[in-house]
Design a protein around this ligand. Structure first.
Ligand SMILES: [Zn+2]
Ligand SMILES: [Zn+2]
Length: 360
């Protein structure tokens, strides 16, 4: 018979988990594996709330296994390292993002793209190498193979920096890979939530001209004055859209709701790239003719490999890039999820695990 989550492993742990697709989170006793040779164990101090956490606790992608303990924007301080760990020592600040394992031998792994490994092991709602479920960062301690642990720069805040481990790499990686990081380029960012607001910050740090594209004009002042965007485009305003046709080298589309692509393709110059990083739960309509006229590309991108994640974190520290975080206590997490479902957050909730998570 399978052991209960509480007794599978020797290290007692505590967190908040959902037990069914109501998505309601509540205190949960479980256990973590002992620190093996290449493992790093750390005390969790902060964990961001990603939109994926909300989809997962409510089983909106149809793959959730309960109990489900979410969280993949995890930062903390190392408490124990295995005998063969080379990069970390007790007391170091570290982070863990969306994945905790991969095969280490496929083409993607060999090219530092563990995120695209067919055997990637996600930080929660996955099955680890030892056959046990993975549990995320809404918990007091975390243990992970050092390969999947990020070194945390001293000057990067732990709380507001935590969301970079998912939202940051998700937007940084496509800007780099698709060559949208060259000064003087013009990049559109569709949507201004957790992903969109950091996309603006990275793009500005690369020296590109940034236009935020939204259906409603209500965050214009915020986008320009606070986040540093150059322009703001209301996609429902036909005149504004007409005037912007053919002006962009690329677009990072962070919207996870079903939405029309045709107007966005129209904004691209010839050879422009529309990169999807949100994940709508239904197919979008793809008009092909406007792609042919100008050799335009529609692409997707999902998080990034560990080498690039470290590079992104170091870049963020150098350029003082963090997420705009609303730091909450763990007992506010269900309210936060409700607010997140209504996009009522500016721009990322981060749970203060270190100060507010108390064992039951
Ligand atoms: Zn995420
Ligand atoms: Zn692999």
């Amino acid at each position: 018979m399978a052991k209960s989550p509480e007794e599978e492993h020797p290290v007692k742990a505590f967190g908040w988990a959902a037990r069914d697709s109501s998505g309601v989170l509540s205190p949960f006793n479980f256990s973590r594996r002992a620190t093996s040779e290449k493992d790093v164990m750390f005390k969790v101090l902060y964990c961001g709330i990603c939109h994926s956490d909300l989809h997962s606790v409510k089983n909106e992608w149809g793959v959730s296994q309960y109990p489900l303990l979410p969280g993949h924007e995890i930062v903390g301080v190392v408490t124990e390292v295995g005998s063969k760990v080379q990069t970390f020592k007790v007391g170091d600040k570290v982070g863990v993002g969306c994945m905790v394992g991969s095969c280490h031998s496929c083409d993607d792994c060999t090219n530092n793209l563990e995120n695209y490994c067919p055997k990637v092991i996600l930080t929660y709602n996955s099955i680890y190498n030892d056959g046990t479920p993975t549990y995320g960062g809404y918990s007091d301690i975390m243990v992970a193979d050092e390969h999947f642990v990020v070194r945390w720069p001293d000057n990067l805040p732990l709380d507001a920096g935590a969301p970079l481990l998912c939202a940051g790499i998700t937007t940084y990686s496509p800007l780099k890979y698709f060559g949208l990081d060259k000064p003087g380029m013009h990049v559109g960012v569709v949507g201004l939530g957790g992903l969109g607001h950091v996309a603006v910050k990275f793009a500005k740090a690369f020296g590109v001209k940034v236009t935020v594209i939204r259906t409603s004009p209500n965050k214009k002042k915020e986008a320009i004055e606070h986040l540093g965007a150059d322009l703001f485009l209301v996609s429902r305003d036909a005149d504004q859209m007409q005037a912007a046709i053919g002006t962009m080298d690329g677009i990072i589309d962070t919207v996870s709701a079903v939405h029309p692509l045709l107007p966005l393709i129209g904004l691209l110059k010839s050879h422009g790239k529309l990169v999807m990083v949100g994940a709508p739960d239904r197919p979008l309509e793809l008009p092909v003719m406007p792609l042919l006229m100008g050799r335009k590309i529609i692409a997707g991108s999902g998080i990034g490999g560990m080498k690039e994640t470290q590079e992104m974190i170091d870049f963020a520290a150098k350029h003082n890039i963090t997420a705009d975080a609303e730091v909450i206590s763990v007992d506010y997490v269900n309210t936060a999820m409700e607010r997140l479902a209504k996009a009522n957050v500016r721009y990322r909730f981060v749970i203060d695990i270190g100060n507010t998570l108390k064992a039951a």
